[in-house]
Design a protein around this ligand. Sequence first.
Ligand SMILES: *Cc1c(COP(=O)(O)O)cnc(C)c1O
Length: 362
Amino acid sequence: MTGPQPRANISQIPAYVPGKPPVVRPGTTSYKLSSNENPYPPLPGVVEAATRAVETMNRYPDMGSNALYDALAARLGVPRDDLAVATGSVALIYQLLAAFCDPGDEVVYAWRSFEAYPIAVAAAAATSVQVPLTSAAEHDLAAMLAAITERTKAVIVCTPNNPTGPSVTQTELDAFLAQVPGHVVVVVDEAYLEFVRMPDAVDGLSTYRAHPNVVLFRTFSKAYGLAGFRVGYAVAQAPVAAALRAVSLPFGVSGVAQSAAIASLDAEPALLERVDALVAERDRIGAGLRERGWDVPQAQGNFVWFALGERSTEFAAAADELGIVVRPFAGQGVRVSIGEPEAGDRLLELASRFTGSVAGSA
Ligand SMILES: *Cc1c(COP(=O)(O)O)cnc(C)c1O
């Protein structure tokens, strides 16, 4: 007797490997540097706004997230029709694929990149076309362009790239977009936008205004520190944004998340201060690593990448011993989030111990 059979693609969905929680060791503080979370407590006013929303938990949230759309439209200077709010930008990936891909359609993205892409593509019964990063751990946009076929429905550019760190430049993105066929949706996943400090940085808003096939994915999970509440948004010209809204989960974004996101937008000065502090800490760690002989890739997000190959799990275990939990990608490398300075000091200590055998690996 056979039971119900899920669609064949379901057995091909890779498992999401979440960052581990820290190992608790009596007498020492442990730090979680495994999920690119914001180490700061909530921004001023956010707990109060979320608490007020909790009091109406017996009611459904505003399904249209109206106040949040208004706040985002005002903040970004875009029409409401160009926005799609969702339960985190991970949900936006699913919505994009549901709206644009038939089974077997191809989705091109760099690899290694964000863990959720292959999962969402497999869940949609679409086909992943993974284009290897360059030796500098950057997107190979020329190779991604060459990978586009008549079956391609979407291309994802993750900038800064999670887990390796580099961003594309506006010049590179413009040259790429000039060549991508107009019917292919180009996602620019800007989850770490706020941390970017580089010349010729991508200006997502002017890019989407110039290209009807571009969609920006943004999130409150990283710089804004609301990872636990699940809220993000897309910016695209109205037809693409409407398609994303059409397939959204009704009542997906909770009232607490809507209120917290609005309050976070209102706390921008405090946000920017914290982001600046994290960027300074990232740069301190980058410089410290280079002094110790490590050739890490350009880090534009709130994390650094160690291309350790086969020694990745060994490095992660040694980090555990020092009370910092990092995110190993077996056989490839280790991503370490920027957190508290004490955690950064421990990372530098660990990096000193590993100098020699892997110095110079990019
Ligand atoms: C963290 C992250 C996201 C955000 O996910 P949420 O669902 O909004 O929490 C999206 N894209 C990338 C590349 C990320 O690293």
